[in-house]
Write a protein that binds this ligand. Structure first.
Ligand code: AIR
Length: 230
C-alpha cells in the first residue's frame, strides 16, 4: 500500500530492479503495511540518496529495504547516512549473477551494518521488516502468525508422485529417452514378440556392441514398454 503514512520504504538503485523489489511491496500490501518506493542510486543520484535518508527519518520510517545490483553501494550508503535499519537485497541481474551485489552489501566495514538477504530475496526482506513491526503491533503479529501457519499447513508431510519429470533424476530421464525410442520403433514392435534390438535399424545400433550389451539394451526397452505402454 503506497500511502501517506509509510512505515517501510522500498528503495532500489534503478528502474531495472523494480520487478524484483515489487515482491517486497506486494507482501507489505498483503499485510496492509504502508510503504513507499524510491529509485536512489549511490552512484548516479548520491544527493537524492542523502536527502532521502533525512526524509525517511523525518517521516518515521521504521526500516528501509534497499535493493541494488552490481557494485551495490545503495544499502551501505544509506546505512552511513541514517540510523534506520537497512535491509539489503542483492539484485541478481549482473554478469556475476548477484555475487558481486551480495558481497558489496554483506561486507560492510565494522560499525556500519546492513542486514543482507539472499540474492533477489526481496520477499524475505519484507517478511523480516514485518517481523520487526510485529514486535510493537499486535495486529501485524497476528497476521504474521497466520501467514506462518498457512505456510506450514501448505507443506505436505509426504511427497506426492505427480508424474512431474525431474531432470536431476537420471533414472527417470533415461526412461523418458527409452520410451521416446519406443515410440520411434512404432506400434508394430509393441505388438510383436520381436526382440527390440531386432526392430531397430542397424544404423542406430553401436557397431561394436557385445551380446551382453544388447541383452541389457533389450531388457531396458522391455521395462520401458511395460512401464509406459501396458
Ligand atoms: N546500480 C545503480 N546505481 C548504482 C548501482 N549499483 C545498479 C542498479 C541495477 C544495476 O546497477 O541497482 O541493479 C543496473 O542498473 P541499470 O540502470 O543499468 O539497469
Amino acid at each position: 500500500m503506497l500511502d501517506s503514512n509509510p512505515k517501510i520504504a522500498v528503495v532500489m538503485g534503478s528502474q531495472s530492479d523494480y520487478s524484483t523489489m515489487q515482491e517486497a511491496t506486494n507482501l507489505l500490501e498483503q499485510f496492509s503495511i504502508g510503504c513507499e518506493h524510491r529509485i536512489l542510486s549511490a552512484h548516479r543520484t548520491p544527493q537524492r540518496l542523502r536527502e532521502y535518508a533525512q526524509e525517511a527519518e523525518d517521516k518515521g520510517i521504521e526500516a528501509i529495504i534497499a535493493g541494488a545490483g552490481g557494485a551495490a553501494h545503495l544499502p551501505g550508503m544509506l546505512a552511513a547516512e541514517t540510523l534506520i535499519p537497512i535491509l539489503g537485497v542483492p539484485i541478481g541481474n549482473s554478469a556475476m549473477q548477484g555475487l558481486d551485489s551480495f558481497l558489496s552489501i554483506a561486507q560492510m566495514p565494522r560499525g556500519v551494518p546492513v542486514a543482507t538477504f539472499s540474492v533477489d530475496g526481496a520477499k524475505n526482506a519484507a517478511l523480516f521488516a514485518i517481523s520487526m513491526l510485529a514486535r510493537k503491533d499486535a495486529n501485524i503479529e497476528q497476521k504474521l502468525q497466520a501467514y506462518r501457519d498457512n505456510q506450514t499447513a501448505s507443506v505436505p508431510a509426504t511427497p506426492i508422485n505427480n508424474g512431474a519429470s525431474n531432470k536431476k533424476n537420471s533414472d527417470g530421464f533415461d526412461k523418458f529417452l527409452i520410451s521416446a525410442l519406443l515410440l520411434y520403433l512404432g506400434y508394430n514392435f509393441l505388438k510383436s514378440d520381436k526382440k527390440p534390438t531386432d526392430a531397430l535399424p542397424n544404423r542406430l545400433l553401436p557397431n561394436d556392441s557385445s551380446q551382453d550389451e544388447m541383452q541389457r539394451f533389450d531388457k531396458a526397452l522391455r521395462q520401458a514398454k511395460d512401464t509406459y505402454f501396458e
